[in-house]
Design a protein around this ligand. Structure first.
Ligand code: HEC
Length: 295
């Protein structure tokens, strides 16, 4: 009796297992197919919404399309990485008659697409001497440079490091050294982030100046390697925008600059104290222009 019950029980278990395996294996196959379709939809949508002509030479269209989707439909990169159209209010990257916030049909201004320049002000609350809060945090130019590489010439490995770890290769706003704190005390405004306890509070404001601030890399770091590669591929397919002639705001104008053509880049005139020298001298990504060494 006992063994019959056991046998019956085993049969039921077996039936359930077969049933579950059967159910699992079919939907899994379907799921793979659906996934392919879903990704293809993202790629197609990405191409449909790209607001600028794309250079697909030597690029993987599947990556470019997905990258466009992530940049233009999800990541809102242009919402922050644009100087804003000069013909409209500076904060909007839309043509004067194409601002959705005014109830108009969206028309992005391609001349400022991902060219950088939004000024977010200082990171901190004033924690330095004399209330000095450090330099303004300004978005960077994400268009490719004369090398054809995305984001001002960064390699995919560098780009991936930036997105995953917030590493600032340009060292635009390091934390203040004791000598710089001294300089602030003497009335200067060096380009460094002062840290410390906010006067009148117990809040210790300690942003790490070697990391990108405001940029949502913490969220983006959760993307897959494939997604990051797709964004990189897309950013290398968009047109270069050279901000060489645009006077930069106080803080770090050089960071907005990007060299589209061959030849060495001219040092920008800073609107602020310069403790770092021209970008060409300090940025590892500007090396040698065609036709001459970088000065
Ligand atoms: C909320 C605003 C915001 C959004 C959205 C945003 N960024 Fe940024 N990003 C910034 C700011 C601000 C900086 C400069 C930060 C600094 O100087 O500390 C920056 C810096 C960067 C850098 C470093 C540039 C360099 O030259 O090293 C990269 C790369 C970058 N962003 C890519 C992206 C991409 C790609 C997207 C969309 C997927 C995006 N950002 C969306 C604000 C933003």
């Amino acid at each position: 009796m006992g063994s019959v019950h056991f046998a019956k029980g085993a049969a039921v278990v077996a039936a359930v297992v077969i049933g579950v395996v059967g159910m699992l294996s079919l939907p899994l196959a379907l799921q793979a197919q659906n996934n392919d379709e879903a990704i293809q939809q993202l790629v197609t949508k990405g191409f449909a919404i790209a607001p600028v002509p794309l250079n697909l030479a030597g690029k993987d269209p599947n990556l470019v399309g997905l990258g466009s989707y992530l940049v233009n439909a999800v990541g809102d990169c242009n919402g922050c990485h644009s100087s804003g159209t000069p013909d409209s209010l500076f904060i909007y990257p839309y043509l004067p008659d194409g601002n959705p916030y005014f109830g108009q049909l969206e028309k992005l201004d391609p001349s400022v697409y991902l060219n950088g320049g939004t000024n977010f002000g200082a990171v901190g609350t004033p924690t330095g001497p004399k209330g000095y809060a450090g330099p303004a945090i300004i978005t960077r130019n994400l268009t490719p440079d004369y090398t054809g590489r995305a984001e001002g010439g960064h390699t995919l490995a560098e780009f991936s490091d930036i997105i995953k770890n917030g590493h600032d290769y340009d060292h635009v706003h390091p934390n203040c050294t004791p000598a710089q704190i001294q300089a602030i005390n003497e009335g200067e405004t060096p380009i460094c982030i002062p840290t410390g306890v906010i006067p009148g509070t117990t809040f210790n404001n300690i942003p790490d100046g070697s990391l990108l601030q405001i940029m949502p890399w913490v969220t983006f770091s959760h993307m897959t390697d494939y997604d990051i590669k797709a964004i990189y591929e897309y950013l290398s397919a968009i047109p270069c925008i050279d901000n060489t002639l645009v006077p930069g705001p106080a803080g770090d104008p050089n960071e907005l600059r990007n060299q589209c053509g061959p030849g060495p880049i001219a040092p920008a005139v800073r609107a602020d104290n310069d403790n770092k020298g021209p970008k060409a001298l300090r940025s590892p990504r500007i090396r040698v222009g065609i036709g001459g060494a970088v000065k």
